[in-house]
Design a protein around this ligand. Structure first.
Ligand code: MG
Length: 278
């Protein structure tokens, strides 16, 4: 008996210190405003939970100033956008037509109603560097302020949002793997300032029947600060209702990188990618 009591705290510490533990996901249908709504819970916390008592807001940390030297494309990287008209041709609208996003001061700016844009080429496991700035004059609140997103394989969203003095459900704030995992900390810079994401992504694999065999993994560094540490993504990041996220759906081994038009003029620049081993 004594021995068990001694071991238990150690075992607990070991378990709580790792993301390797599969999250427990449950679903139920509840009535909300007279409608039947699917509620998904990840480790007992509702998707898009806004109550800080149930889903605490990530701690705010102040990143170091932007360092241009640290953001240069390394040898072997493919430049997807460098501010030039020529690099704009690496991107199209999702229907394959030329993108209607604007080229403004060497940045690629989301245009309301223009839709998502995506790369012409396709990528699987990769390292992606991308810079973004939310509108310098903040308008709206919550999900309505500076919303965009970076999608790996056109599927898995790393949320772009103005999360500087702007709270929302933590699994939808800047740097969140949308609806699935909040960032470890809030490393956002103020609106209008350039911010960086350095994403290391390992693609998921699927079996013949379409079931996910190996889940996707994300390491994300936001403004030089680690916000996801080799995280295994529990499922899809698509909207599946106000309290649910999509599931994995089998797709090809490669897919485009895409950027979201969510109605806010978010800017992007200095985008480069490097394939990594599966
Ligand atoms: Mg978004």
């Amino acid at each position: 008996m004594k021995k068990i009591l001694l071991l238990t705290p150690l075992a607990l510490a070991f378990c709580s210190n790792t993301d390797a533990k599969e999250p427990v996901i449950t679903k139920e249908i509840r009535e909300e405003n007279g409608n039947k709504v699917e509620f998904m819970f990840i480790d007992g916390v509702k998707v898009h939970e806004e109550d800080p008592a149930k889903q605490p807001q990530p701690k705010i940390v102040v990143p170091k100033p932007y360092d241009a030297e640290a953001t240069k494309a390394p040898e072997g990287a493919i430049v997807l956008f460098d501010g030039s008209e020529k690099s704009l041709k690496n991107w199209t609208a999702t229907n394959g037509e030329p993108s209607k996003w604007a080229l403004v001061d060497g940045a690629l700016e989301s245009v309301r109603g223009a839709g998502y844009i995506r790369t012409k080429n396709e990528y699987g496991s990769c390292r992606l560097h991308i810079e973004f700035a939310t509108p310098s004059k903040p308008e709206g609140g919550g999900q309505g302020r500076g919303n965009s997103g970076v999608f790996l394989m056109e599927q898995y969203e790393v949320q772009v949002l103005d999360s500087y003095q702007n709270t929302t459900y933590p699994d939808g704030q800047c740097g969140a793997l949308y609806g699935r995992k909040k960032p470890l900390v809030n490393a956002s810079r103020p609106p209008g300032e350039w911010q960086t994401f350095d994403i290391t992504f390992t693609r998921p694999t699927f079996d013949e029947a379409g079931k996910v065999k190996r889940k996707a993994r994300f390491t994300v560094i936001h403004n030089g600060i680690l916000i996801h540490d080799d995280l295994e993504l529990s499922g899809g990041t698509g909207w599946a209702g106000p309290h649910a996220a999509s599931e994995y759906v089998k797709h090809a081994d490669k897919g485009p990188i895409s950027l979201q038009d969510h109605g806010n003029p978010v800017r992007f620049r200095n985008i480069w990618i490097k394939d990594i081993a599966d």
